[in-house]
Design a protein around this ligand. Structure first.
Ligand SMILES: N=CN[C@@H](CCC(=O)O)C(=O)O
Length: 337
């Protein structure tokens, strides 16, 4: 169920300071929950911020839990960002989050049927929400959560646009695993199978974590393209910039989503944390690059999991970094119109 933020929820998170304006003081929220659809439609913001604090899909994929712990620190960091000549809060509706928190707290991945049912419930709620937001001409910014939520984003955008849509995914993993129970490793295979995803570009796959059966599947499908982290950063047979352009050419013919799995960033607290990966600056460049394209239709940032670190500072660092990505996207898209 969607938990809708009130002005008081937002005020509680903002640290005000004389002579300064924080984004949290100018973003918009809904007034009351009764006329939800009308209110969102009448809201003049171009962007809608939505949280999906859950880790059920990650646990179902045999991963480390904790992906539900990045949304609130991210929101807090975002709301405490300075409003200045580079960014304004008035174009952002801070809507709320899909509230599965009680279930998340108690969920243990020992019952595949139950896990499958729960992930599909999240898919349903998220895809309906994204469908609605996109159909009224707004751009969703979704903060997860596990990467299973790519499916809800893709389905929502696709049904709103009435066509299969494209995606570019900055990720160490394909998430093209088998069509077994729903989990964080098969959001894209389900989206392709169900006819919602057309061109899919995976940016920065790791040789060590891509099964051969998935390479074979990719090579059998001309609408799927990729590059490897190793060719970009180790063998250096191509460059990050050249690949940004190649990926953009592959997906920009129709509306596309931008997916960022934070587990591709070196030492980033996440469910599949890695000692070898992209820099935070590369991830920011990626978001900036695709955020400028006229066809970009959503941003999804997922798999941040500060609790894997057992360090109190992890939450604020994860929150701050996600907030950098959100603001990079807002600036790039606002600038390009
Ligand atoms: N969304 C992440 N998917 C990865 C998870 C890897 C891991 O947890 O180690 C995958 O299925 O390969």
């Amino acid at each position: 169920m969607l938990h809708i933020f009130t002005q008081n929820d937002i005020n509680d998170l903002v640290h005000t300071r004389d002579g300064e304006t924080k984004l949290g003081e100018t973003v918009t929220v809904l007034d009351d929950e009764k006329d939800f659809f009308e209110e969102v439609e009448n809201n003049t913001s171009k962007f809608v911020l939505i949280g999906v604090p859950e880790d059920i899909g990650v646990k179902m994929n045999g991963g480390k839990g904790g992906a539900h712990t990045s949304f609130f620190p991210a929101l807090q960091a975002f709301l405490n960002t300075q409003e200045n000549q580079f960014i304004s809060g008035k174009d952002i509706l801070v809507l709320g989050y899909l509230d599965f928190l009680e279930t998340v707290e108690t969920f243990v991945a020992d019952d595949p049927e139950k896990g499958d049912y729960l992930v599909k419930q999240i898919d349903k709620e998220l895809s309906e929400l994204i469908h609605f937001v996109v159909s009224i001409g707004k751009t969703p910014i979704v903060i997860g959560g596990g990467h299973n939520n790519a499916y809800g984003n893709i389905k929502g955008l696709s049904t709103a646009k009435k066509e299969a849509i494209n995606v570019v995914n900055l990720d160490a993993h394909t998430d093209l695993r088998r069509l077994e129970e729903r989990h964080s490793g098969n959001g894209f295979s389900y989206a392709i199978h169900d006819g919602f995803l057309d061109h899919y570009f995976m940016f920065g796959l790791h040789e060590n974590y891509t099964p051969q059966y998935i390479f074979e599947y990719i090579h059998d499908h001309i609408n799927i393209e990729y590059n490897m982290f190793e060719e970009l950063e180790i063998y250096q047979s191509t460059s990050f910039e050249r690949e940004l352009q190649r990926a953009e050419n592959f997906i920009q013919e129709k509306p596309f989503g931008v997916e960022i799995d934070l587990d591709c960033i070196q030492y980033f607290p996440s469910s599949a944390m890695t000692p070898s990966g992209f820099t935070p600056q590369q991830a920011r460049k990626f978001v900036h690059h695709f955020g400028k394209n006229k066809q970009v239709s959503y941003l999804h940032i997922c798999e941040g999991a500060p609790t894997v670190m057992n360090e109190p500072i992890a939450a604020t660092q994860v929150g701050k970094f996600i907030s950098y990505l959100i603001t990079d996207f807002l600036k790039a898209k606002s600038f390009s119109g």
